[in-house]
Design a binder for this molecule. Structure first.
Ligand SMILES: OC[C@@H]1[C@@H](O)[C@H](O)[C@@H](O)c2[nH]c(CCc3ccccc3)c[n+]21
Length: 447
């Protein structure tokens, strides 16, 4: 008897992308530049000097890509809207041509019975707003809510699920603490305030949506279990600090209306005394939680690592992806059941899960990617196990539909179900696309 995790009949099977990573032509039709356009065009910031100028050419090829999604049998497609296409200056004048691109994309999806899940912010802040201080400016929550309202009014009759912000942690930490993502700042005092303003922006957008929206709205968080590399007290404490730093910093204000105590220890004098009225506002009634799951942290105490004093190390002999992330499907079950036991079992979508591997060269019009096939099967099985244990999991989105611009890694790291040929942007199905098509057709039976 197979363990056959029969997923609920209404379970959503999707794939995900983001604007700057797949669209290309970031300045077309009156669009304003984003901080990622500026960052990628700054020498030394992105591997190989890659930029999103072409990416996958999705801006012009979107109908072809929607047809690929329909061929897979996807019930939903998660994509992000480039703020600067709609509001070239980030605020004020709406660029009708920019908005029209997303109206056409949504209509193409609906023509194929594919539900759009729209991410309002996937890291590409209009450069004009960065010049006003970006997410460090307390007005950023208002800028974001005003932008969101324009999209709600234009699309809420056709969009069933909205994600406000993709991974505030990455924006705050990689963008403002470690400086490896746009805008490339390295300042702990900035990073903690940027995180707070991102959460306030999420809350303002939820409040705006509550007044006029008819469907669901949520936020997408990168969540990652942290396990001590030994059973020493020092390593256990280090894993707890890194757990607060990556998971609790977001989950606790959103679901419990407070930041973890550990944040003040981790950030010391850089951690301000945030007004409780603002933290109360962050605990907003969102409809679902998006979980972006990739791996777990294997953690050792290391005072040299700032700000947590906790090092994420490679576990000896562990299977890893091309990103160096351990393949650890059980971590997905663990995260989903922790949301059930500690955070009120909210409705959850796995808004991203996938892997980059050194794919083999195409043969006979196809790419054999056995490790990605195994990764997806194991993680979808792990999601099914969480459902069996009572998690309120509503859907699963593979990261990613297409090989695309992997931020500071450029195009060298390929996460796609479809290979994109760098020379002509042609799409080629991988074995993982066929595998996912079969999983969808069988509702995940047998995994
Ligand atoms: O790295 C793969 C994907 C990105 O392409 C997505 O845009 C982003 O939402 C996303 N988040 C994560 C996990 C957090 C993370 C992001 C970037 C770099 C390292 C870790 C992995 N991914």
């Amino acid at each position: 008897m197979s363990r056959g995790h029969a997923f609920p009949s209404g379970f959503i099977w999707g794939a995900a992308t983001s604007a700057y990573q797949v669209e290309g032509y970031p300045l077309a039709d009156g669009a304003g530049p984003s901080i990622w356009h500026r960052f990628a065009h700054t020498p030394g910031r992105v591997a190989g000097g890659a930029t999103g100028d072409l990416a996958c050419g999705h801006y012009h090829r979107f109908r072809e890509d929607v047809a690929l999604m329909a061929e897979l049998g996807l019930s939903a497609y998660r994509f992000s809207i480039a703020w600067g296409r709609v509001l070239p200056d980030g605020r004020g004048r709406v660029n009708r041509k920019g908005l029209d691109f997303y109206l056409r994309l949504v209509d193409a999806l609906l023509e194929h019975d594919i539900q759009p899940m729209v991410t309002l912010y996937h890291w590409d802040l209009p450069a004009a707003l960065q010049e006003r201080g970006g997410w460090l400016d307390p007005d950023s929550a208002v800028w974001f809510a005003d932008y969101a309202q324009i999209l709600f009014r234009a699309l809420d009759d056709r969009v069933q699920a909205w994600v406000t912000i993709n991974e505030p942690w990455v924006v705050a930490v990689l963008g403002h603490l470690e400086g490896v993502h746009a805008p490339g700042h390295r300042d702990a005092r900035e990073a903690v305030r940027v995180m707070h303003h991102l959460l306030l922006a999420h809350a303002e957008a939820c409040a705006t949506y509550g007044a006029l929206g008819r469907h669901q709205i949520g936020i997408a968080l990168n969540l990652e279990p942290q396990h001590p590399a030994s059973d020493s007290e020092a390593d256990r404490a280090a894993a707890d600090r890194r757990d607060a730093f990556i998971n609790g910093w977001l989950l606790d204000p959103l679901f419990h209306g407070r930041y973890p105590e550990a944040m003040a220890d981790i950030f010391g004098s850089a951690w301000p005394d945030f007004p409780s009225t603002e933290i109360d506002r962050i605990r907003c009634p969102a409809d679902f939680l998006g979980v972006n799951y990739y791996s777990r942290g294997w953690v050792r105490d290391d005072p040299a690592v700032q700000p947590t004093g906790a090092a994420r190390i490679e576990r000896p002999n562990a299977p890893v992806t091309a990103m160096g992330w351990e393949v650890y499907p059980r971590g997905l079950t663990e995260i989903l059941l922790r949301l059930k036991t500690q955070y009120g079992n909210p409705p959850v979508y796995i808004t991203e899960n996938g892997a980059a591997f050194e794919d083999s060269a195409p043969t006979a019009g196809r790419v054999e990617d056995p490790r990605r096939v195994a990764y997806l099967r194991e993680h979808i099985g792990a999601a099914g196990a969480a459902i069996q244990a009572g998690a309120d999991l509503r859907g699963y989105f593979v990261w990613s539909l297409l090989d695309n611009f992997e931020w500071a890694e450029g195009y060298a790291k390929r996460f796609g179900l479809f290979r994109v040929d760098p020379s002509d942007q042609s799409r080629l199905p991988k074995a993982s696309a066929e595998c996912y098509k079969d999983i969808i057709a069988s509702h995940g039976a047998g995994l």
